[in-house]
Design a protein around this ligand. Structure first.
Ligand SMILES: Cc1ncc(C[n+]2csc(CCOP(=O)(O)OP(=O)(O)O)c2C)c(N)n1
Length: 651
């Protein structure tokens, strides 16, 4: 395939003659429509050039180019505001707000965030990362404007998957009642990361396939007459021939019934039409809903053909249109996917539930082999949790497979619907710990704290692939109550000793001291109790410590709840340093809970170090970099142990 617009040149001005001069949307407003068309081409080119080098969200951004250019030309930004849902499709926004020179740092440590962040740019008026928040936030901005008797316009833009989330509908419901000046743009490309699901998606498809008026001028008068409310500019637009974006059917759309002016479906890549619409609605002071049809991956053939594969990319060859194939080394996600499929094949009561993440959670194989045992609930984590509770109450074995960060959405459902009723829902939390490039909105660093304090819940964390499989098997058979498992992003480690003990409820595994036969460790200088992803780091650290004469015994915690304090206490002798290591915030985490139990049982040693995440947001960047920054890696553990042991003059 021919690359649409050539490749990046060093000189930004010659590569992007229009875009390189855009510092703010006010500069976009000054361009003629012809120049705006050129600008749109350059924005698409800049995304291709840069994201093929940095990696990042790709196909969603190619789909929002014309929408962004049109909005930023028509609105008066600032003070007008555009609030992006999720923010993964807002690269055109970044480029039109003066961030072209730094765009090659996208998602890199200390570089631009892959999402919107209020502290990155003043025109990132509302941060995001989780889906479904834009309409609520925009309505809040609109209400604040009304309180202050301001007149700036507010726009929310949400994808067809994000708008299906419950929160979006709560906001639409509220906006329809408030009847204030708010524009909601539905960026409908029919795709979530995977194809979008649900009855609303079917409804959007029906709206899409409505016969369009398409230039039939004789219909215009009829259409104008049907527009409720004072829409003089819209009518004027119609009179000027912009007729084809009005759904011609007799019945109102659901959005009209809810109090919005519905405009659409409109081709979201037809810049002249988009410009006309956004300019025409400037005088309208009530809720307007624009249904724009876009193509995910627009302008890059292979991404248009397989938008899921190109949703998020690693650096790839732009001209060859080839992405490096995924690393052969097994990841926690792939091991999970295989293991849950085996469990499902063996037991038809095993059910897998995803909230719009079949790819990310490794459930594609399960979906293909066991479609009857698989549910994609859409971006609806809260519903997904309670749906799982219902299935458990109905006698099935549901696994709610939800990233740690997105399960935060379902906290009350976990508490109220699952745990109070002690229902055996199994939670499989991928991306537990620091996720890397996606940054703070996506780090899964709270689940130990927010799950273990709920009565009836149990939580385990595997040290490697074998243990992940064992724990999942355990959970499938565990009917006494809810259970959860947390595992990180990335490859499974292979540096840990074999000779395992079977997984037992609430029991830790003593791994020993590297280089010393298990059981013959004798008195040790330090006991390192590590959780899940940190076990391999702790083992590595203990090996390095052995080299410098410090004897450190590693315990694989396995369970955060019930927490096996006794196995730890049994290995402590006077003067032993106790170190806990976890990829979770310190507050309410494993370390604090272990200390609490040791205090309770009068077993607390004199020296204790809790290695966990600080009470601060950890930025984005490659996992090893950010883990290193917070000391949660082998080097950090060595340093902590050595500093303490040296303090005692032992090494
Ligand atoms: C609460 C939540 N759940 C899941 C995700 C993961 N996620 C990121 S983008 C995305 C799909 C978004 O689809 P859509 O809103 O249609 O936007 P598009 O990418 O198609 O433009 C999902 C599921 C998320 N960001 N937030």
């Amino acid at each position: 395939m021919k690359v649409p617009y050539g490749t990046l040149e060093d000189d930004m001005e010659s590569a992007y003659p229009y875009l390189s001069k855009i510092i703010s949307p006010q500069d976009v407003r000054k361009l003629s429509d012809k120049e705006l068309a050129e600008l749109a081409k350059e924005v698409r080119q800049a995304i291709l050039d840069n994201v093929s080098r940095t990696g990042g969200h790709f196909s969603s951004n190619l789909g929002t180019v014309e929408l962004t250019v049109a909005m930023y030309a028509a609105y008066n930004i600032p003070p007008d505001k555009v609030i992006w849902d999720t923010g993964h499709q807002a690269y055109p926004h970044k480029l039109l707000t003066g961030r072209l020179p730094r765009f090659d740092t996208l998602r890199m440590h200390k570089g631009l965030s892959g999402f919107l962040k209020r502290d990155e740019h003043e025109l990132d008026v509302f941060g995001a990362g989780h889906a479904g928040t834009a309409i609520s936030a925009a309505l809040g901005f609109a209400a604040a404007r009304d309180q202050a008797q301001g007149s700036e316009k507010v726009v929310a833009i949400a994808g067809d998957a994000a708008i299906c989330s419950g929160m979006s509908w709560e906001a639409l419901n509220h906006a329809g009642e408030l009847q204030t000046d708010l524009c909601v743009v539905l960026n409908d490309n029919r795709m979530s990361i995977a194809p979008n699901v649900g009855a609303l998606t079917n409804y959007f498809n029906r709206l899409r396939s409505r016969p369009q008026v398409q230039g039939l001028a004789r219909q215009a008068k009829k259409v104008i007459e049907k527009i409720p409310g004072p829409a003089p500019r819209i009518a004027a637009g119609l009179r000027h021939g912009v007729t084809h974006y009005f759904a011609p059917e007799e019945t109102g759309t659901i959005f009209e019934e809810m109090g919005f002016e519905y405009i659409g479906p409109v081709d979201g890549h037809d810049l002249p039409t988009l410009l006309e619409i956004f300019r025409n609605i400037q005088e309208v002071r009530y809720p307007v809903f624009i249904h724009a049809l876009t193509v995910k991956g627009k302008g890059y053939d292979v991404a248009e053909e397989d938008a899921t594969k190109w949703h998020g990319v690693v650096p790839f060859d732009l001209e060859q249109c080839e992405m490096p194939s995924k690393a052969a080394a097994p990841t926690y996600t792939s091991v999970f996917g295989d293991a849950i499929t085996e469990l499902g094949e063996r037991d038809e009561k095993v059910i897998a539930i995803t909230a719009a993440m079949p790819d990310g959670t490794g459930l594609n194989g399960f979906r293909a082999k066991l479609p009857g045992q698989y549910y994609d609930v859409g971006i609806a984590e809260q519903h997904g949790v309670t749906f799982a509770a219902g299935m458990a109450a109905g006698g099935y074995k549901p696994f709610a497979v939800i990233y740690s960060t997105f399960l935060q959405r379902g906290y009350d459902q976990v508490l109220h619907d699952v745990c109070i009723q002690n229902l055996p829902v199994r939670f499989a939390m991928d991306r537990a710990g620091l996720v890397g490039d996606d940054g703070p909105t996506h780090h899964g660093t709270f689940d130990i704290s927010f799950l273990t304090h709920i009565p009836n819940m149990s939580l385990c964390a595997p040290r490697d692939a074998t243990e992940l499989r064992e724990m999942l098997k355990f959970m499938a058979d565990y009917e006494a109550g809810p259970s959860a498992i947390r595992y990180p992003r990335g490859n499974v480690p292979d540096n840990l000793p074999e000779g395992r003990t079977p997984v037992e409820f609430g029991k830790a595994e003593v791994l020993g001291v590297p280089g010393i036969r298990r059981g013959e460790e004798g008195n040790v200088d330090a006991v390192i109790v590590a959780v899940g992803s940190m076990v391999a780091e702790a083992w590595d650290a203990a090996s390095r410590l052995t080299d410098v004469g410090v004897r450190a015994l590693v315990i694989n915690a396995r369970w955060c709840k019930p927490l096996d304090w006794e196995s730890v206490a049994a290995r402590l002798s006077p003067g032993t340093l106790l170190v806990t290591v976890e990829e979770n915030v310190r507050t309410g985490g494993f370390g604090q809970q272990l200390i609490d139990l040791l205090v309770e049982h009068e077993q607390l040693p004199q020296r204790v170090k809790v290695m966990a995440l600080p009470d601060a947001w950890v930025t984005h960047g490659k996992q090893p970099i950010i883990r290193g920054e917070v000391g949660l890696d082998a080097a950090g553990i060595v340093q902590t142990v050595r500093a303490s042991v040296l303090g005692r003059g032992l090494a």
